[in-house]
Design a protein around this ligand. Structure first.
Ligand code: ZN
Length: 198
């Protein structure tokens, strides 16, 4: 039996599909939204629609951006011969916040996970290998220290080794299983500076 009217139910159901939102939170969010002025809710809806409409993958590094080539890839002052491989755009931002990395990035949008059925073809590896045909001195693998992140790092290093390009892995010290975005800047910098060649 439905306690709420149909439209409220639909809203709750949609919100409950968002990551980390259970049915209780979805109900709280739904009633919060319904209590807001219409203009405010419209603005939120428009922002979501426009972000989804205009945000795309950078042609170079595959990060999410609203330009064909992101600001970092378009910046001639960055060192385009050093590529840091991260799992997602949030991890890229975590390294950018340190302000100490002047290379460029490559965003995989995931990690290899045999458990979840995510193979090398499901992440942006092909795009990375294409980039390596240009002038590249070093690839820094900065995937998470989770099982998936380590599996991905191993896989990428094996793939790159035959090209002769230097492959390094950020130092451990980054908590196991910890998402990079939750780690403080000092820890990230130490991990970057202490990277070891694979
Ligand atoms: Zn880019």
């Amino acid at each position: 039996m439905d306690y709420y009217s149909q439209r409220i139910n639909q809203l709750v159901e949609q919100l409950a599909q968002l990551p980390g939102v259970g049915s209780k939170t979805a109900q709280r969010l739904a009633f919060y939204l319904l209590a807001q002025p219409k203009e405010k809710v419209n603005r939120l809806a428009d922002t979501i629609r426009e972000a989804r409409e205009h945000v795309c993958y950078c042609k170079e590094c595959c990060t999410l951006t609203d330009r064909p080539v992101c600001n970092i890839c378009a910046d001639a002052k960055r060192n385009h011969r050093v590529i840091m491989v991260v799992e997602n755009t949030r991890d890229l931002v975590a390294y950018e916040k340190t302000g100490k990395y002047d290379g460029v990035y490559h965003v995989l949008h995931g990690a290899i996970s045999p458990m979840l059925g995510i193979g090398p073809g499901e992440i942006r590896l092909k795009e990375l290998m294409t980039r390596l045909q240009g002038d590249v001195d070093e690839v820094i693998i900065a995937t998470n220290s989770s099982l998936e992140g380590e599996t991905t790092a191993m896989y990428i290093s094996k793939l790159i080794k035959p090209t002769g390009i230097k492959v390094t892995r950020i130092a451990s010290g980054v908590p196991v299983g910890g998402d990079l975005e939750y780690i403080d800047e000092m820890t990230l910098l130490r991990a970057l500076e202490g990277r070891v060649e694979l």
